[in-house]
Write a protein that binds this ligand. Sequence first.
Ligand code: ATP
Ligand code: MG
Length: 255
Amino acid sequence: MPIIHQTGAQEQRQTDNRAGLSTLLVERLSFSYRDGFQALKEVSLQIAPGEKVALVGPNGAGKSTLMLHLNGLLQGNGVIEIAGLPVVKENLPVIRGKVGMVFQNPDDQLFSPTVFEDVAFGPLHMGLPEAEIRQQVTQALSQVGMGGFEDRLSHHLSLGQKKRVAIATVLSMNPEILALDEPSAGLDPRARWSLINLLRELPLTMLVSSHDMLMVRELFPRIIIMDEGRVAADGETAVLLADAALLETHGLERP
Ligand SMILES: Nc1ncnc2c1ncn2[C@@H]1O[C@H](COP(=O)(O)OP(=O)(O)OP(=O)(O)O)[C@@H](O)[C@H]1O
Ligand SMILES: [Mg+2]
């Protein structure tokens, strides 16, 4: 992946797009919240199948706003495609099966009484047989180190436990793409490292927003920097992290 600062490589992106090479395509996406605040300004990016990309940038850059567009929870102006499928109303049921979205705040994700019911929610709505649902739930909880928590009350868990269960709620659906909004925030060191190892091993396409630059360096070969609603830089992690001026401009720390 070549480094792309601001502009450039547009032609290459369009060629890749026509060749159907991207799993996630966002083109000139702009979005304003109801109060008129423009949170996204002509955001374009492409992610190839299996690619793991970190989304970084200061508070208020628009990272969460962008994520919420990927499965149609917000709708702006521009084009978004998941595996060639436009993110429009009639495709949302299929798209929500493909994109596992983990929100920044786990309280937005967990709404069932028990951990089991939260993690079983997706597979249940996909119509899987009960034995398969149980197996998916067990596997997803064990992947996030929360095996044995099935009967606990979701809203009584600690923040880090909630984050882990929130990730399990999407893993249980076997998504093709993971869109994780600050997955390591609030995790203790052991949980953080097991999350890093889990994400490293999962052979899925990922877009992961994070302020955890150590995790970014460890896990993601490519970084997209957002600032003030725009893509400010998009390129190889090693190259961007070596650019002290770029990091300083966008309020980022070198890990
Ligand atoms: N519901 C809303 N109504 C109006 N403005 C909003 C709303 N939600 C977010 N914003 C604004 O949109 C901008 C982008 O917010 P967003 O949450 O996408 O940033 P972020 O990059 O995810 O930040 P953080 O690192 O703090 O998670 C911010 O200026 C924020 O104040
Ligand atoms: Mg955010």
